[in-house]
Design a protein around this ligand. Structure first.
Ligand SMILES: Cc1ncc(COP(=O)(O)O)c(C=O)c1O
Length: 405
């Protein structure tokens, strides 16, 4: 399919290019020493991860340990309130550990094992990536250091406990806003010290090459499964698909199954408290080109050109940039990136819980809220939402801040 002059039949062969670029975005803006470590991972990825042995082991793990394939559910009661639009959700909340993050963590940790590394290192925001990586580390018998901002440690206490129970070392990051960006800074610094025996397992389609490509490829199982399942369920493709975008891993994996189809694709960023800089984390909608954490993408900047402070009710979405492939798809016009604020998100959180018996993660609730608005605009058709995770981790925070509605 050709979209705005871009041939999507050959898209995955061409992007990223050999240096990790999606057009002008991506790359690897890091020290020579770290570049050598990244080149080792890239090399290993292309030789090991494309081997039949690796692929069949990962497939077995996904089926027997993760519980894949995750189903698609028709939101019958919610759709009934929206006229002639039918809403469906891809149930990544039913993936083991409660979110999509395990899809790339099992891949990254399996790669670490094949490379003979002893430890995995990562950052986490909502704690979902940390829990997923701690799970993968326990499964493969690897050491695991997870860097997390003190604000998120408090907000996501159940996930902190889970990581510790799984045997991970949770390292508190106290500088700056003490949220996701600072956790990435600290994890990178640790990896620069320890790269010989460890592997960095970034939590999204972010960071220097090869991570945006590798994480997308491991997450593409979501889009591949969803496309096949939806066709089997309904006999046709959805008219639109929707996913929330923080760093962008659940969205990129989901979108990759539909890029070459006549399907409208929407990425939803957090508008938080509003459009003022510092009150949201919508980098694709409001950001400009900039380099951070080793990659070039769209980024929210302060008056000095540094990454701006960001905010979202969802800890997993409050990052001042997004993956380079999203910036590329944004500029190409293949994906529409739009925003949803905290209030609509929390309304959607309760609506999905009460009408369908599914308590979504606050991150995923952004996608649900957007799909509800989109349905009202579309009037008829079908929308498939990627429900990236479940809301168990958010219970304490929701009850304390919003009460039970
Ligand atoms: C359930 C859930 N969805 C979405 C995200 C956002 O990450 P990404 O944009 O990489 O999918 C997170 C991050 O922690 C998450 O926990």
């Amino acid at each position: 399919m050709i979209h705005n002059g871009m041939e999507f039949d050959t898209y995955f062969k061409n992007y990223p290019d050999k240096d990790g670029f999606f057009g002008k975005y991506g790359g690897a803006y890091i020290t020579e020493e770290l570049k050598a470590a990244m080149d080792e991972i890239t090399e290993a990825y292309f030789t090991i991860c494309k081997s039949a042995k690796f692929i069949s082991e990962l497939r077995r793990i996904r089926k027997e340990f993760q519980g894949r394939p995750t189903p698609i559910s028709h939101l019958e009661r919610l759709s009934g309130k929206l006229g002639n639009v039918q809403l469906y959700v891809k149930r990544e909340d039913l993936n083991h550990t409660g979110a999509h993050k395990l899809n790339h963590c099992m891949g990254e940790a399996l790669l670490a094992k094949y490379m003979g590394k002893k430890k995995v290192i990562a950052e986490t925001g909502a704690g979902q990536h940390g829990v997923a990586l701690a799970t993968a580390a326990a499964y493969f018998g690897l050491e695991c250091d997870i860097y997390m901002g003190s604000v998120d440690i408090k907000k996501q206490a159940p996930n902190v406990a889970r990581m510790k129970i799984l045997g991970a070392n949770v390292v508190e990051v106290t500088h700056g806003l003490a949220t996701l960006k600072e956790a990435v800074d600290a994890a990178f610094a640790a990896y620069a010290r320890e790269y010989k025996d460890s592997i960095y397992c970034i939590g999204s389609v972010l960071g220097p090459h090869p991570f945006p490509m590798m994480v997308r490829d491991f997450q593409s199982v979501v889009g591949i499964e969803a496309r096949e399942q939806f066709m089997e369920m309904t006999g046709e493709l959805p008219d639109a698909i929707v996913a929330c975008v923080g760093g962008g891993s659940n969205a990129m994996g989901f979108f990759s199954g539909f890029l070459n189809d006549p399907v409208d694709i929407y990425g939803v960023e957090p508008l938080g408290r509003g459009t003022t800089l510092g009150d949201h984390a919508a980098s694709l909608k409001y950001g400009e080109e900039g380099i951070m954490h080793g990659f070039n993408s769209l980024m929210l900047k302060d008056e000095n050109g540094e990454p701006a402070p960001v905010y979202s009710v969802a800890s997993g979405l409050d990052y001042p940039s997004s993956g380079p492939e999203h910036a590329f798809l944004h500029d190409l016009g293949r994906v529409t990136y739009d925003v949803i604020d905290d209030e609509d998100t929390i309304d959607a959180f309760f609506a999905l819980s009460k009408t369908e018996g599914i308590i979504p993660a606050i991150e995923s609730s952004h996608a649900v809220a957007y799909a509800i608005k989109l349905a009202q605009k579309m009037g008829r058709g079908s929308i498939l939402i990627n429900l990236s995770g479940r809301g168990d981790k958010d219970m304490d925070f929701i009850i304390e801040k919003y009460g039970i509605r």
